[in-house]
Design a protein around this ligand. Structure first.
Ligand SMILES: Cc1ncc(COP(=O)(O)O)c(C=O)c1O
Length: 381
């Protein structure tokens, strides 16, 4: 059968690591998972209970394409609760995960061949989704002194029709503060480019609250999801906030591309928005894990790290230890039984010298993982 050039996207290397870890587990080894970017906790109890009830009384057929009106209204209320913003629910679009949101937003905003600037390192699927849609990812190398977030200087001389940022970011966990985010939004708007803000890690913040792009401008596209803070990765439900004038275009695309986001997941998501106590409990675990990582990784020999502002990742510079992060990650898996993600996933240029450690799992696993990493590095000499 023939195959398209735009469909020839790169594999998501972390998935390969997960498969290697699975094989090791099948062979009887206990593996500590520091590769996966997802909570080990289930959806909040209230979300599961709400769905159990709905399954008894409702046929759970299609919903309207933009999502259940009650869910759109409740998401709008979250913006009042988290940021003090008055958001019109009509601008909220419920999507099949933020991944579905990217497809809708990119398709609504850009024509084939247009360029979208992204900071590197960054979430790998941005690049691949753009390529699959015949768009051109323009990766901008960020610098350590800016905590690997893009700046105006990094963008100087670069031509683009869209600019996308993530704060807190994957893989670094670093955030853009209000002046830095404002400067980037201003630069994009000044050249008539669309500005997209991936806010999927909002809520998972440590010392400071994350800033939403909507605090700065209404003429932006915000992408968010129930996957991370709300602990609902497999439910496949997220949302977009789009400018008023874009809603109808996104609605037409959503009707045709997806019909609607999963109905069952929307019911659960609506209840999850009111499960703040349980979600705060998850946050306490992440905060404890983060402290353990900041103390334990340097002790093990991974001392080129910066404290993450949010999310549940530490991105370590290991360029003094290797220039092949993929082989190094494999060695750590084979010898220490700890699965970690090679930086090449996030940055094809410099990622040979970096690793991402996730601390989204239970604290006991983090403690054991750090012990194993210490022993591995000590044996390496
Ligand atoms: C920065 C970022 N954006 C988007 C996603 C996709 O999330 P989902 O489709 O589950 O909402 C991820 C997943 O890890 C991510 O790290």
């Amino acid at each position: 059968m023939r195959s398209s050039r735009r469909g020839a996207v790169d594999p998501f290397i972390v998935m390969d690591v997960m498969e290697a870890a699975r094989q090791a587990e099948e062979a009887g080894r206990r593996i500590i998972h520091m590769e996966v970017g997802q909570p080990s906790t289930p959806a909040p109890a209230a979300a599961r209970a709400a769905l159990a009830q709905a399954m008894e009384r409702d046929s759970l057929g299609y919903t309207v394409a933009l999502g259940l009106p009650a869910l759109r209204a409740r998401i709008a209320k979250l913006y009042a609760q988290w940021y003090g913003i008055d958001l019109d629910p009509a601008r909220v679009v419920v999507t099949p995960g933020s991944s579905g949101g990217f497809i809708l937003a990119f398709t609504a905003l850009f024509d084939a061949g247009e360029r979208v600037a992204l900071g590197a390192p960054g979430y790998p699927s941005y690049r691949q989704i753009l390529k699959a849609l015949d768009l051109v990812p323009v990766e901008v190398q960020t610098s350590a002194e800016n905590r690997l977030q893009p700046t105006l200087e990094d963008l100087a001389g670069i031509d683009y029709e869209g600019l996308m940022v993530a704060s807190p970011a994957n893989p670094t966990g670093t955030m853009l503060d209000k002046p830095a985010l404002s400067a980037l939004i201003g630069a994009a708007q000044a050249r008539g480019a669309a500005f997209l803000s991936d806010e999927i890690y909002h809520g998972i913040e440590y010392d400071k609250r994350a800033v939403t792009a909507l605090e700065i401008s209404d003429d932006v596209v915000v992408i968010n999801s129930f996957s991370k803070f709300f602990s609902m990765t497999g439910w496949r439900v997220g949302w977009l906030v789009v400018p008023e004038g874009m809603v109808r275009q996104v609605e037409r695309l959503a009707q045709n591309l997806f019909i609607c986001p999963p109905h069952a997941a929307q019911i659960a998501a609506l209840a999850a928005l009111d499960a703040q106590d349980e979600l705060k409990g998850n946050m306490a675990v992440y905060a404890r894990n983060r402290a353990l990582m900041m103390e334990g990784l340097p002790k093990a020999g991974f001392d080129r790290i910066a404290p993450p502002d949010g999310a549940f990742y530490v991105y370590a510079d290991v360029s003094h230890l290797t220039d092949d992060s993929r082989a190094f990650a494999r060695q750590i898996l084979d010898q220490a039984g700890v699965a970690v993600t090679p930086g090449l996933d996030f940055d094809p240029v410099r990622g040979g010298g970096t690793l991402r450690f996730s601390y989204a799992r239970a604290t006991a696993d983090i403690e054991e993982g750090l012990e194993r990493l210490k022993a591995f590095m000590a044996a390496r000499g």
